[in-house]
Ligand binder design. Structure first.
Ligand SMILES: [Zn+2]
Length: 353
């Protein structure tokens, strides 16, 4: 069955985005993943780090073992010290520009206690102060004195942004990488019959691909496809000139990786994805090489080497309080990976490189 994205899938994405899973504390998203896939997989377990590892076996003996990975965690913050009266010191977790934090609403801990990263309002600042950024050390999370004893050091803090659909767009926190998680859930539910589908919903990607490393060891696949989200730098330059340095653009389909900061994608898999997209008439784009990385950076170096490639849905403003992606890019990502999995054979790995 060819999977599609309709109202049910968008509602599931909404639940996934509104759940909080800052790295190292991914339980809320893991719970949704397990609820969705447990009834249909042949095997599922949660490993010691919290990765969800699930297997849907193909019909044939000796089927190609394809690992699909999507990280469950999101960037955010962690409470480190109680400053009394409802003010808390915090650290960032994962790549966050401290300039993004000032004045943002947040959700603290498993109860999503509301708070705000406060700063002086304009009335009280000097022109001099308004020309400078505020460093992390000078920021506090304020949740009011009523929540004083409910918030503890170690509690994770996520951006307090609620999911919204805006016409053709999706606006939420953590679209990186709930889009990948939602895609992988659909692929597990609609697994092609001729491969062993090894699904890894990984933890701690945003702090250095830590969950994927042990997940790939445990699953020991023949190859891996990583499903993630990648920043789109596709707006006009602010000085009014044309932006000639875009890396991905919204609306052009999922982005296939040639290279990033931690991986050179396996060229056989890159070619296979491109050929699949072109023959099926599915939109795709090539992610322009640059920094950043995905779980593929850890997976491809596991055991004796695992051919890997990444495919991302582009999104604007990733790793901030709110990001924006296009529904059409998500649909095309699901269609491309599903079509590829229906067509893939072991021959792909014996092809001349
Ligand atoms: Zn990501």
């Amino acid at each position: 069955m060819t999977p599609t994205i309709g109202a049910a899938q968008i509602r599931l994405l909404e639940r996934l985005c509104n759940a909080c899973a800052v790295s190292g504390d991914e339980g809320e998203v893991r719970k949704i993943v397990l609820e969705q896939i447990r009834p249909i997989v042949d095997e599922v377990r949660v490993d010691a780090l919290g990765n969800v590892l699930a297997i849907r076996r193909g019909q044939a003996e000796g089927a190609l073992r394809v690992m699909l990975a999507a990280h469950m965690d999101e960037v955010g913050m962690m409470i480190v010290q109680d400053d009394e009266e409802g003010y808390f010191r915090f650290e960032t977790i994962g790549g966050i520009d401290a300039r993004q934090l000032v004045g943002k609403a947040v959700w603290i801990g498993s109860d999503h206690i509301p708070g705000v990263i406060g700063t002086k309002p304009v009335h009280l600042t000097t022109p001099e102060e308004r020309n400078h950024t505020i460093s992390l050390e000078n920021l506090r999370i304020d949740s009011g004195p009523v929540n004083k004893n409910k918030i503890k050091a170690g509690d994770r803090v996520a951006f307090g942004t609620t999911f919204r659909r805006i016409g053709p767009s999706l606006r939420a926190k953590a679209l990186d990488n709930r889009l990948g998680v939602a895609t992988l859930i659909e692929l597990v539910k609609n697994a092609p019959p001729d491969i062993d589908l090894l699904a890894a919903f990984t933890v701690q990607e945003e702090v250095g691909l830590r969950g994927a490393r042990v997940a790939a060891y445990a699953l020991n696949p023949d190859l891996a496809i990583v499903l993630d989200s990648t920043p789109a730098n596709d707006l006009p330059a602010w000085d009014g000139s044309e932006n000639a340095r875009y890396n991905t653009r919204l609306g052009l389909g999922p982005a296939i990786y040639l290279a990033d900061g931690s991986t050179l994608s396996d060229p056989r898999l890159v070619r296979f994805l491109i050929d699949t997209a072109e023959s099926a008439g599915i939109r795709y784009q090539i992610r322009q090489p640059g920094g950043g990385g995905t779980d593929a950076g850890a997976i491809h170096k596991q055991r004796t080497g695992i051919p890997s490639v990444s495919l991302s849905v582009p999104g604007r403003y990733l790793h901030t309080a709110v990001s924006l992606a296009r529904l059409s890019d998500w649909k095309a990502a699901l269609a491309l990976v599903h079509t590829a999995l229906c067509q893939i054979t072991p021959l792909i790995l014996s092809a001349d490189r």
